[in-house]
Design a protein around this ligand. Structure first.
Ligand code: HEC
Length: 67
């Protein structure tokens, strides 16, 4: 989210915010020791990572996206 590290003002911001938001909810669920919520949020977090990697990482390191 730091201006000098953002790739653009559009998808990069949106995808970063999604990851941060889900991470925050996961942190709260961890504080509540809510294992089921943590499991579900882990799936959401994975999708947030994947969405951004499919948009940006694929250009940087296509080999990684094959794994
Ligand atoms: C806003 C976009 C974005 C989000 C969200 C994101 N990533 Fe990434 N990630 C990237 C980009 C772009 C790279 C490649 C960076 C580079 O090579 O300079 C990367 C690289 C990585 C790498 C390093 C791969 C390597 O060996 O070089 C790992 C590990 C990684 N991400 C894990 C994650 C995880 C886990 C999450 C979710 C919790 C996540 N990322 C969320 C954009 C994102």
């Amino acid at each position: 989210m730091l201006p000098e590290r953002q790739r653009d003002d559009d998808d990069w911001k949106r995808l970063s915010k999604a990851m941060t938001e889900i991470g925050g909810r996961t942190f709260i669920a961890a504080g509540q020791r809510n294992a089921e919520a943590i499991f579900d949020l882990g799936g959401e977090l994975y999708q947030a990572c994947l969405a951004c990697h499919q948009r940006y990482l694929i250009d940087d390191q296509p080999d990684l996206m094959m794994q």
